[in-house]
Design a protein around this ligand. Sequence first.
Ligand code: IVH
Length: 665
Amino acid sequence: MSRDPQSRLQELRDLLHHHNHRYYVLDDPLISDAEYDRLMRELIEMERQFPDLITPDSPSQRVGGAPLDAFSPASHAVPMLSLDNALSEEEFLAFDERTRRALGTPEEMEYICEPKLDGLAVELVYENGALVQGSTRGDGYVGEDVTQNLKTIKSIPLKLLRLHPELLQVRGEVILGHEEFEQLNRQREKQGEPLFANPRNAAAGSLRQLDPAVTAARPLNMFCYGIGASRGFSFQSQAELLRQCAEMGLRVNPHVRTVRGAQAVLAYHQEMSARRESLPYDIDGIVVKVNEVALQEQLGAKTKSPRWAIAFKFPARQEITQILDITVQVGRTGTLTPVAIMAPVSVGGVLVSRATLHNQDEIDRKEIRIGDWVVIQRAGDVIPEVVAVVTGRRTGAEQPFRLPQACPVCGSHTVRPEDEAARRCINLACPAQIKERIFHFASKRAMDIDGLGEKLVDQLVEKGLVKDVADLYFLDLDRLAGLERMAEKSARNLLDAITASRQRSLERILFALGIRFVGEHVARVLIDAFHSLEALGKASREALMQVHEIGPQVAGSVCDFFATEENRQIIERLRRGGVEMQPARHSSSDRLKGLTFVFTGALTSFTREEAERLVIALGGRAASSVSVKTSYVVAGEAAGSKLDKARQWGVTILSEETFKKMAGL
Ligand code: IVH
């Protein structure tokens, strides 16, 4: 190329900044990862040839720095204040009242509501659009210079896209997402390193690494929410500030909302509290700010916090309580699960008195004893769990716990397979297992027998009316009449629900049988391959393993199941009880009906032919070239010209992952 290197370098830097922003800030990439890598490689190669032309804001400089011995202090020109908290609606309403009184206005205030991100606050200093320094909050006046580490965060622009004010100190929160946090901890567990208690600690730990290469390997993220000192930059409201930040290429949280009046704030608080579980990162409340800068200035600040903003927190999800006892539950497959019985405590608004301890290894690893004070947490509908022991509160009276050798329900011998963490009761007739098997069989995603809940199953098993799932289909009004709280009407409803369940698809029946390792997806795969339970029951381990996605574990479990005479009899009695087991003639669903797919590039989970067959099996069409009729192009590794064609036609491009989700895999 005969172009002068300086201008090509500038062009490469601009291109990479632009695509970095599309990918990491907007989550809306325009080019493939491979194309991005090509540009980056060209940049690095040219910079190697012309080292004098390397600029500090070059995208190649994200991970450039050598490890430090210590961080140097970095002072904040404008102190980084903290926020007062409101822990209830009343406390928030008092803040609203106070604010309006101070401004002498009876009118409803305009507030801007933002998620309160649970990470750590940092400040980025941009001079004429270039990132020159980044620091932690520290005590609000002096923090630590973590510039090298902040530069490794891809959603932090090394150079602002537009508007290059002489000085701009941007503030925001560095966070680590849930998935990234889990992955980091899994990796640490494998390497025998101590685990992080929560994403915030992990983010803080990652940012305070002396070696930026370590930080670079942690997928941190940042959202901006304010500024410190500035020159050549102005704004009238917080909303305008955030808008300008976004225009400059800084990441701003998408859930920010400007509202009028305290009631609208309460509604936002409730809404975010409900959405909290589905966000990919932690928030611990909302931050409510008076929107207009002129009013903010009028209100001013106290020593530590502004009067124009407040953190309106959600109820905490972690609490401390005492373990009173540890009991053992027996699951559907006989797994013995230790369960902590705790002094009841309200966590995130729900009274909690039990938490799963998973298995003996988990108890040993966390050194949990009966009588211990522990930190417990719950997230959404997930069963509460014990995070850690508060060892400082031990008195010496705490009792270690060991899982029993015998099943606590039926007294049978238990085993712990070598490659498993759990101990299991192997008595198929164990009442605890029977109950769990029936409960699973009747559950929504299995046979969906409405009204057959845990209490009823308990009674049916305890009264000896049901010993296995097939017995359900031989129940009648007379037999049900003897049960507690079972009026004729509810008995009829139950029988109707049982009748309706006689028509479930084969894959549901197979899933409902509760064979180990046969979840909904595997059940579908097996029925697609063998079409009937009879054929499946006759299949050898080898034949099973011929099926795509079926490995030795599933194959072994399926063979064991059908090799057991009791299980074969249950299937036979289900049939006699009227459960239809017609071989599946049609494809298992038509979830891709009316859609045309084109595959390009190398896929990782299947060959192209397999993917096309899957589409057809799900009622869709597979084509080999892109046209107006194409609904989706699924792009694998090194996808080629079809991708360009897809862009020309404006066809939506899917990743293999997304396609698998659409196909229900
Ligand atoms: S504004 C003067 N906005 O909460 C205003 N802070 O308790 C100070 N935080 O140190 C901060 N999300 O680490 C603001 N949307 C948000 C925030 C937020 C999280 C953190 C921040 C701050 C702490 C104050």
